[in-house]
Design a protein around this ligand. Structure first.
Ligand SMILES: Nc1ncnc2c1ncn2[C@@H]1O[C@H](COP(=O)(O)OP(=O)(O)OP(=O)(O)O)[C@@H](O)[C@H]1O
Ligand SMILES: [Mg+2]
Length: 354
């Protein structure tokens, strides 16, 4: 976490480089020195309230909005992309507030990590948000999220943009897979059926079953259980306490629910990658398929944070494909796309591409 010193006129003239990922659950910005960045992560949500004195409308975003106004907080990218004009406007306001309160420089070259979803209207709305956004006065570019997320996974520079490999992005609303050849995306595939959000839903259902119907948790709690406890290497059953409707508290322990749900997720993801995506890639680009699988499959996205998930994925994918493949991920996959985007932005500044 560094503070950059600008002690020469030469440096002052260069715009700042920023990497941004606006995700359905969280927004991540990587700023400062791309080799030792300042990373800020916040919930992608917004709430407004009226000033008690002046009647003016004020805006809150992120954790503050979620905790103080749970009754009317809006997650405007719930499904991954803005769905209509209203959520597009909310997302613009969110980005403005976020940029302002984090002091993100207008005079900047910004790379956005964006999803690969087959939804042209949604993607157009997203690029409208980006284009109208408060940062990136010099240049705004977007690159696929899984390419950005692969950048910190494959080296200290931009090796990901020179190589041929398969990336699998494990997000909250989509599972995406594609091959990259020098940054070019081949055979892009995505499905909304295998997702982090679906895992949260299953955890909620399984918790109800495991507690014989006594405990109903909401999806936020289910997500928190997953993020705090899911672990393929070293899972520890954990306890929680609920307030009972009639009064009193009820303490329960979760042995199976979380790991059952993430275990099924990995099976489903491997099945989809091995039996739907890979055959398409092999069919369209046989040589690339062979070359790509000589390199590690890069897992990106927040679900790749689960300890041990990479080895599980690697083993199960090898079994399914009946050949040895390896898998890898960045340290802290949840922020990797923003950090990778930041590195790309830094390179664009160096190359004077603005
Ligand atoms: N430490 C963690 N352990 C387990 N799961 C995590 C962790 N951190 C994030 N996740 C999960 O990863 C998902 C978010 O991933 P990511 O940030 O890549 O999604 P997104 O880009 O917002 O979604 P999408 O691209 O699918 O629209 C959520 O389901 C979240 O709960
Ligand atoms: Mg994503």
């Amino acid at each position: 976490m560094s503070e950059s010193e600008s002690d020469g006129a030469e440096f002052d003239e260069q715009p700042a480089a920023l990497g941004v990922k606006v995700g359905s659950t969280r927004t991540v910005v990587s700023a400062g020195d791309a080799n030792d960045p300042n990373v800020v992560r916040t919930l992608t949500c917004l709430a407004t309230y009226e000033d008690a004195l002046t009647g003016e409308e004020h805006v809150l975003y992120g954790e503050e909005a979620a905790t103080e106004y749970p009754d009317r907080v809006r997650y405007m990218l719930r499904s991954g992309l803005p769905e209509d004009e209203e959520t597009t406007d909310l997302a613009k306001t969110f980005l403005e507030e976020f940029a302002r309160s984090n002091g993100l420089p207008e005079d900047s070259v910004v790379v956005y990590a964006i999803p690969t979803i087959d939804n042209d209207v949604g993607l157009e709305r997203l690029s409208e948000i980006i284009e109208d956004g408060p940062i990136g006065e010099r240049l705004v570019r977007s690159y696929p999220e899984s390419l950005c997320g692969a950048v910190p996974a494959l080296g200290d520079g931009l090796e990901a943009i020179e190589e041929t490999f398969v990336a699998v992005n494990m997000g909250s609303t989509n599972l995406e897979a594609c091959a990259y050849r020098r940054g070019e995306q081949l055979a892009p595939f995505s499905t909304g059926a295998i997702t982090g959000t679906e895992v949260d839903r299953r955890i909620a259902n399984y918790v109800e079953e495991e507690t014989q119907g006594r405990v109903n948790i909401d999806l936020t709690t289910a997500r928190e259980y997953k993020e705090e406890h899911a672990d393929f290497l070293d899972y520890e059953p954990f306890s929680d306490i609920i307030q009972q409707p009639g009064g009193g508290t009820y303490e329960f322990t979760i042995e199976e629910s979380v790991m059952d749900a993430v275990d099924e997720y990995v099976d489903d993801a491997v099945d989809e990658v091995a039996n739907v995506f890979m055959p398409e890639l092999a069919n369209d680009y046989m040589k690339i398929y062979q070359q790509a699988l000589d390199n590690p499959v890069v897992l990106t996205g927040g679900m790749a944070c689960i300890p041990g998930v990479v080895d599980e994925f690697e083993q199960r994918l090898s079994e399914e494909l009946e050949r040895d493949v390896t898998a890898t991920t960045a340290d802290d996959p949840a922020t990797a796309a923003a950090r990778g985007a930041h590195r790309i932005a830094g390179r664009l500044v160096e190359l004077n591409e603005y």
